[in-house]
Design a protein around this ligand. Structure first.
Ligand SMILES: Cc1cc2nc3c(=O)[nH]c(=O)nc-3n(C[C@H](O)[C@H](O)[C@H](O)COP(=O)(O)O)c2cc1C
Length: 422
């Protein structure tokens, strides 16, 4: 299953806008992605005459992500949760389209975009990074922004999560960490790489389960890793222990600039691609970025709240909360107090969450007016709020302390049940 298969379907549904004129990779291409943000898929046919089509906005609306995963809104949480628990090993093939064109070890043929004025340089924003645990051999896949430093080097932003754990182990042993960066994959694969199953669960296996067993992998040439065979572009490289460069500042999901930090360097060993490759570019802070970050966390919240309340209808990380800091959760309340338990559970499901509103089953989580109405009619400020001071929140929240400490607030906006005690 490839990105091309998915885009054919989008085209047939009239969801693709083509821009044929020559476009600059510095700011102009990004401004076109911004123009269509949250709408159609955008194909920029000629970025700097590099011969590759730049495509953006693929996952820019929620319904398109549901379609890529083969789910309906009602089944989304359960299907993704099951895929995370029951991944399936993909087949491995020798003859892979991603190897059709060998570009040597240089990044210069790629139409890498510079998005905003203050960016320190061009960034690859839709790169899925695959790496392996040097002892146990399991793979991990995750999405990371990559600042192109020169023709053969990139700086990679690593939040201390799974890839960082693999990197740290390699640094401690003083060995290189091999990496493979894949750009232009089926959205279900990209989505899986944004999920956070426990370390040791290969997100590519999760993707294979989501795609009904139709994901094909292939072996890399210079590094010992398996990557999607039908990807558009593959960059193989190594991270040498101790080699770092300044990465950032860069715009994140909050629409504010993340600070610059010393981050590891990837040295490129080989670049290859499909003939007529499509280069996927994700607009930083745009809908595609926010949905790919937020939607997998909605599943984590759904799982956590389902542990304390039997029926959870829907979870939304809302657009006004940058699809990251604010959630609305609709539950079927059975007992007084369920709303507060649900709020506490939501915070455990998504540690970056700052404010959550719990509503009844019949409230539409996508309608801010319905949610506000539930707050207006059901909430007493001295009874229905929980406040957790001094908790760890999101490093992206500009109002939290320098260490990311924040105050979390849960609002129980469910209706009071009639007392069962007489
Ligand atoms: C467009 C996009 C860009 C991202 N950039 C980064 C990044 O630069 N660094 C990072 O650590 N996580 C980034 N993420 C989030 C991770 O990909 C995500 O948290 C993933 O689940 C981490 O994988 P892991 O559970 O294997 O650690 C990004 C996500 C998206 C959708």
């Amino acid at each position: 299953m490839s990105l091309r298969d998915f885009l054919k379907d989008c085209e047939a549904k009239g969801e693709v806008v083509n821009v044929s004129g020559k476009v600059s990779s510095r700011l102009e291409a990004a401004s076109l992605l911004a123009k269509y943000d949250g709408g159609p898929v955008v194909m920029l046919q000629d970025v700097e005459g590099k011969g590759l089509t730049v495509v953006g906005g693929i996952c820019g609306i929620r319904e398109r992500i549901y379609r890529a995963l083969g789910v309906r809104e009602a089944s989304y949480f359960r299907v993704v949760s099951e895929a995370l628990r029951n991944p399936i090993e993909p087949v491995v093939v020798d003859d892979a389209p991603v190897n059709e064109v060998d570009l040597g070890s240089s990044l210069e043929k790629l139409p890498v975009l510079t998005y905003y004025e203050k960016d320190p340089g061009p960034y690859i924003t839709a790169g899925m990074v695959v790496a392996k645990d040097i002892d146990e051999g399991f793979q991990n896949a995750s999405v990371h922004r990559l600042l192109v430093l020169d023709r053969e080097r990139m700086a990679i932003r690593m939040v201390p999560r799974h890839l960082y754990a693999l990197y740290k182990k390699a640094v401690e042993r003083e060995v290189d960490l091999q990496v493979a960066i894949v750009v232009g994959i089926h959205p279900a694969v990209l989505f899986a790489a944004c999920c956070n199953p426990p370390l040791g669960v290969d997100e590519l296996w999760v993707a294979n389960r989501l795609l009904g067993g139709r994901l094909r992998l292939t072996r890399c040439n210079k590094v010992d890793l398996l990557v999607p065979a039908d990807a558009e572009l593959l960059i193989e490289g190594v991270i040498k222990p101790g080699e770092t460069a300044l990465e950032g500042p860069f715009l994140d999901v909050t629409g504010t600039y993340d600070e610059a930090r010393q981050q590891p360097i990837i040295r490129v060993l080989r670049v290859s691609m499909r003939r007529g490759a499509l280069y996927h570019a994700i607009l930083p802070g745009g809908c595609e970025h926010r949905l790919l970050m937020g939607m997998p966390r909605e599943v984590s919240i759904w799982e956590a709240v389902s542990n304390v309340v039997p029926e959870v209808k829907a979870v939304r990380l809302t657009p006004g909360g940058c699809n990251w800091l604010h959630a609305v959760v609709a539950i079927r309340k059975q007992w007084e107090g369920d709303g507060k338990n649900a709020a506490l559970a939501a915070f455990t499901g998504h540690p970056s969450l700052k404010h959550v509103v719990i509503v009844d089953w019949d409230v539409n989580v996508d309608d801010p007016i319905e949610v506000e109405r539930a707050i207006a009619l059901n909430v007493q400020g001295d009874e229905d709020l929980i406040m957790i001071k001094g908790a760890r929140g999101s490093s992206l929240d500009p109002s939290s302390s320098k260490q990311g400490i924040t105050c979390k607030v849960g609002v129980d906006a469910t209706k009071k049940l009639r007392s069962t005690k007489s």
